[in-house]
Design a protein around this ligand. Structure first.
Ligand SMILES: NC(=O)c1ccc[n+]([C@@H]2O[C@H](COP(=O)([O-])OP(=O)(O)OC[C@H]3O[C@@H](n4cnc5c(N)ncnc54)[C@H](OP(=O)(O)O)[C@@H]3O)[C@@H](O)[C@H]2O)c1
Length: 350
C-alpha cells in the first residue's frame, strides 16, 4: 500500500470544516494530520474548539488533536479550506505561495482568471490552468476552487444538457437549506413557518459561475460559455439539501425523454478513474411525480449524486425540471475532496 498523502483542514471547526473531518476519516488516499482555525480555537483540543454538529462522533484520531493557527507551517501537502470568506482569500494565497496545494470551498478565488473552478465530472481539463497560475504568481503551490453549493446542483445536469442541445438562457429558483448558512445560521424565530427570499451574494454566483464551468480553456485562458442566467435564491426551513427549479431555452429542441436519457447516461472522468468519492451515477433521474425531496433524496450516491425529477416541457422556454443536491457534501466538502482526488490521479500531488 502506498503511503497516504498528509492533508490539513483550514477552518476545521466550522460547518464545512466538520464535514471535511468526517469525510476524511478512513479516506483511502488522504490522512488528516492537521486541523486549523482562528485564534479563538488555536491551542485547544479539537473536541473543545468545535461545536460538533454531525450525527456520528468526532473521529478518535482527531478529537484530541490540537487546533493550530492558519499559518503555512502545517505538516501536510494539501490543505482543504472551509475558511470564512472574510479571511480565506489572503490565507489561501499564503499557503499556495509556501508550496501547499489549496483546495477550497470559499468564494474568494473562484472567478480569478488563473484559478480553476472545478467540478470533476464537468470540466476536469480546467486543471491545466495550474501551470499558468504557478508561472504568473511565481509559486510552487496552487489554488483550486469548487463552485458555490447551489451552482454545483445546477451545473451537474446543465452540463450534459448544454453539451447535447446547447443551453442559451435559463431561469433558476432555489430553495436552499439552513446548513448552507453555517452554524448557528439565521435565527430560528426568523425561519419557523417562513421563507427568506434573499441570500446575500448568492444570485450573482449562480449567474456567473456556470459560464466559467461550462466554458473552454484555450491558449491559457478561460472562455466563458454564452448562457444568460436569471436566478432567485430562497432560504427555506430544511436542514440539508438544496432544491432548484430550472427552466432552460435550448438551441436544439429536445423532448423530456431525450433530456432524461442524456442525464441518466451521463458519466465522466471521475467514474472512469474510479475516484474514491465519485458516485457511480453523477445524476439520478427520478420519474416519481413528487421527487426529488430533500429528506428522501439528499443522500443519493453517498450524497454526491444530483437527483433530477419532474422533467417536462416548458411553455415559456423549452424544458424544465427540479434538481436536488446535498449542499455541504456535493456542494462543499465532498466536492473539494473529489477535486483533490482528481488532482492526485492527474499527478498534481506528486
Ligand atoms: N455551509 C455550506 O453549505 C457551504 C457551502 C459551500 C461553501 N461554503 C463556504 O465555506 C466557508 C465556510 O463555511 P461554513 O458554513 O463552514 O462557516 P462557519 O461554520 O462559520 O466556519 C468558519 C470557519 O472559519 C474559521 N475562521 C473564522 N475567522 C477566522 C480567522 N480570522 N482566521 C482563521 N480562521 C477563521 C472559523 O474558526 P473558529 O471556529 O475558530 O472561529 C471556522 O472554522 C465559507 O467561505 C462559505 O461561504 C459553505
Amino acid at each position: 500500500m502506498p503511503a497516504k498523502i498528509a492533508v490539513g483542514v483550514l477552518g476545521a471547526t466550522g460547518a464545512v470544516g466538520q464535514k471535511f473531518v468526517k469525510l476524511l476519516e478512513n479516506h483511502p488516499w488522504f490522512e488528516l494530520t492537521e486541523v486549523a482555525a482562528s485564534d479563538r480555537s488555536a491551542g485547544k483540543p479539537y473536541k473543545e474548539a468545535t461545536n460538533w454538529r454531525q450525527y456520528s462522533p468526532i473521529p478518535n484520531s482527531i478529537a484530541d488533536k490540537l487546533v493550530k493557527p492558519c499559518e503555512p507551517n502545517l505538516e501536510c501537502r494539501v490543505v482543504f479550506s472551509g475558511l470564512d470568506s472574510s479571511v480565506a482569500g489572503e490565507v489561501e494565497e499564503q499557503f499556495a505561495r509556501a508550496g501547499y496545494i489549496v483546495v477550497t470551498n470559499s468564494k474568494n478565488h473562484r472567478m480569478d482568471e488563473d484559478v480553476p473552478l472545478l467540478i470533476p465530472e464537468v470540466n476536469p481539463e480546467h486543471l491545466g490552468m495550474i501551470e499558468t497560475q504557478r508561472k504568473q504568481r511565481d509559486w510552487k503551490g496552487a489554488i483550486v476552487t469548487n463552485p458555490n453549493c447551489a451552482t454545483i446542483g445546477l451545473v451537474m445536469p446543465l452540463a450534459p444538457i448544454h453539451r447535447s442541445f446547447g443551453a442559451t438562457r435559463l431561469i433558476v429558483t432555489t430553495m436552499q437549506a439552513l446548513s448552507g448558512a453555517g452554524y448557528p445560521g439565521p435565527s430560528a424565530i426568523d425561519l419557523l413557518g417562513n421563507v427568506i427570499p434573499y441570500i446575500g451574494g448568492e444570485e450573482d454566483k449562480l449567474e456567473t459561475e456556470p459560464q466559467k464551468l461550462l466554458g473552454k480553456l484555450e491558449a491559457g485562458r478561460f472562455h466563458p460559455a454564452e448562457i444568460r442566467i436569471s436566478s432567485h435564491t430562497n432560504r427555506v426551513f430544511v436542514e440539508d439539501g438544496h432544491l432548484e427549479c430550472v427552466s432552460i431555452e435550448l438551441a436544439k429542441k429536445a423532448s423530456p425523454q431525450e433530456i432524461a436519457e442524456v442525464l441518466s447516461n451521463f458519466t465522466s472522468l471521475p467514474q472512469e478513474l474510479k475516484l474514491p468519492s465519485a458516485p457511480a451515477r453523477p445524476i439520478i433521474v427520478s420519474d416519481e411525480r413528487e421527487r426529488p425531496q430533500p429528506r428522501f433524496d439528499r443522500d443519493a450516491g453517498a450524497a454526491m449524486s444530483a437527483v433530477v425529477g419532474r422533467i417536462r416541457t416548458c411553455p415559456v422556454f423549452d424544458i424544465r425540471f427540479v434538481v436536488l443536491s446535498h449542499n455541504t457534501i456535493r456542494g462543499a466538502a465532498g466536492a473539494a475532496i473529489l477535486n483533490a482526488e482528481l488532482m492526485k490521479a492527474r499527478g498534481y500531488l506528486d
